[in-house]
Design a protein around this ligand. Structure first.
Ligand code: GDP
Ligand code: IMO
Ligand code: MG
Length: 433
């Protein structure tokens, strides 16, 4: 396939950053299409770790075009810090260009304040957001009152939009949440400054992407979050505020679906979740703690402990269905080494005794009362982190992989056995097969 869309199949943090960095070698253009700096994508190259929140994970490669598409919500302060940090570490290759959609919406200080204030009020029903203002920024986009990157280049119209917004936001913050108001003039000056620095990167990125497509260049679309955090297809309301499924690669960039695409679903060899919401295979026992510890399961954005559990194939099958996934990249397999008996959830039993195995129930009440149906598989004790070919893996590991392939009814495209770029077994190159 000429182009590849990478999406998460679970609740995020599946290792998308690592896989996108690896696949970027074969791509000409790497683009984000949704989410914002709620994402934390970790790359490990030559022993050096880089965590990216907004810049596409192809940035470490020479001679690439990296794009932040119109579907992304941008906190300009975070983006500029990310650019500065890469530059100061000498990691921003001079031959690689970064473009930002002038249509992408901005995260404003009042979005962060409202996000945090709302979460503070929710008590037990907290979503557990990243507090980065993602939800309120997408709300304003849909309400047609958002401020876009391009607005920063016209100070009069920016001032007008900001003032109109602040009238409403400050009412909400002071009268409803009982908090301090946001200072309009300070935000105006701060954001005009960001605008000046962002101007060289801002353009109509859909034009660039479509021009590159016509030239026969390969585009790699980098999803953020995961299928079950999708605003439509996820465990609503415990989701993020954008569509995380593969289809949003199109509207989030302005590329049409008639080009050829492979869709690679990133799947951790177990399941994790940060924040609230149902989690059928969650482990509160020693094995859960062990996975959390060995897998270093702490959020790359907020540092929160990730909840851990067994691999849930109901989640994965559902993700394969709604994103049209053509290949699976299985990550963090090495973390399971040394666990005597592994479990894979092959279905759910509802409180009424009904069996479910291909889609997560939409009703959270039903989902919260589902019991996992497990299949037990023998584990392995051998160190697998040095394996680079499937034949080098111990028999029990291969059995585990075969079982996943069968249950997913989708071939494996790669298996990741360590955080580093090279700690990978590649079965298929999605750009060519
Ligand atoms: P993303 O949000 O999907 O990009 O994933 P994150 O970067 O938030 O979390 C994945 C974590 O697992 C990061 O710390 C990666 O460096 C690490 N990682 C990725 N693949 C592997 C792997 O195969 N084995 C191990 N042990 N760690 C991995
Ligand atoms: P990457 O791209 C894991 C979760 C938050 C919370 C919910 C809503 O690194 O996989 P938000 O701030 O988006 O309104 O929070 O979504 N969440 C993520 N969890 N990985 C992510 O991104 C996430 N982005 C958001 O923890 O439960
Ligand atoms: Mg992450």
């Amino acid at each position: 396939m000429a182009n590849v869309i990478v999406v998460g199949t679970q609740w995020g943090d599946e290792g998308k950053g690592k896989v996108v960095d690896l696949y970027a070698e074969n791509a000409d253009v790497i683009t984000r299409f949704q989410g914002g700096n709620n994402a934390g994508h970790t790359l490990v190259v030559k022993g050096v770790q880089t965590i990216l929140h907004l810049i596409p994970s192809g940035i470490l490669h020479d001679h690439k075009i990296c794009v932040i598409g119109n579907g992304v919500v941008i906190d300009p302060q975070v983006l500029l810090e990310e650019i500065d940090k890469l530059n100061s570490r000498g990691l921003f290759p001079p031959n690689t260009r970064l473009y930002i959609s002038e249509k992408a919406h901005l995260i404003m200080p009042y979005h962060r304040r409202i996000d945090l204030a709302r979460e503070g009020r929710r008590g037990g029903g907290k979503i557990g957001t990243t507090g980065r203002g993602i939800g309120p920024a997408y709300e304003d986009k849909v309400a047609r009152v958002g401020v876009r990157v391009g607005d920063l280049f016209d100070s009069d119209s920016f001032r007008e939009k900001l003032m109109r917004n602040l009238e409403e936001k400050n009412f909400l913050l002071t009268k409803y949440f009982g908090e301090d108001s946001v200072d309009a003039e300070a935000v105006f000056v701060e954001y005009l400054g960001y605008g000046e620095r962002l101007k060289p990167y801002a353009t109509d990125t859909a034009v660039i992407l479509n021009r590159e497509l016509r030239r026969g260049r390969k585009i790699l679309f980098e999803g953020a979050q995961g299928c079950h955090l999708d605003i439509d297809h996820g465990t609503y309301p415990y989701v993020t505020s954008s569509n995380t499924v593969a289809a949003n690669a199109f509207s989030g960039t302005g590329v049409g679906p008639s080009a050829t695409f492979a869709v690679v679903g990133i799947c951790k060899a177990y399941t994790t979740r940060v924040g609230g919401g149902p989690f059928v295979t969650e482990l509160s026992c020693e094995i859960g703690r062990r996975i959390q510890d060995v897998g270093k399961e702490f959020g790359a954005t907020t540092g929160r402990k990730r909840r851990c559990g067994w691999l849930d194939m109901v989640l994965v099958r559902h993700a394969i269905m709604v994103s049209g996934i053509t290949g699976i990249a299985l990550t963090k397999l090495d973390v399971l080494t040394g666990i005597e008996k592994l479990k894979i959830c092959i279905g759910y039993r509802t409180a009424q005794g009904e069996m479910i195995n291909d889609a997560v129930p939409a009703n959270l009440q039903v989902l919260s009362n589902c019991e996992p149906i497990y299949e037990e598989i023998d584990g392995w004790t051998e160190d697998i982190s040095q394996a680079r070919r499937i034949e080098e893996l111990p028999k029990n590991v291969r059995k585990y992989l075969e079982r996943i392939e069968t249950l997913a009814d989708t071939p494996l495209a790669l298996v990741s056995v360590g955080a580093a770029r090279n700690e990978t077994i590649i079965m298929k190159n999605p750009f060519t097969s």
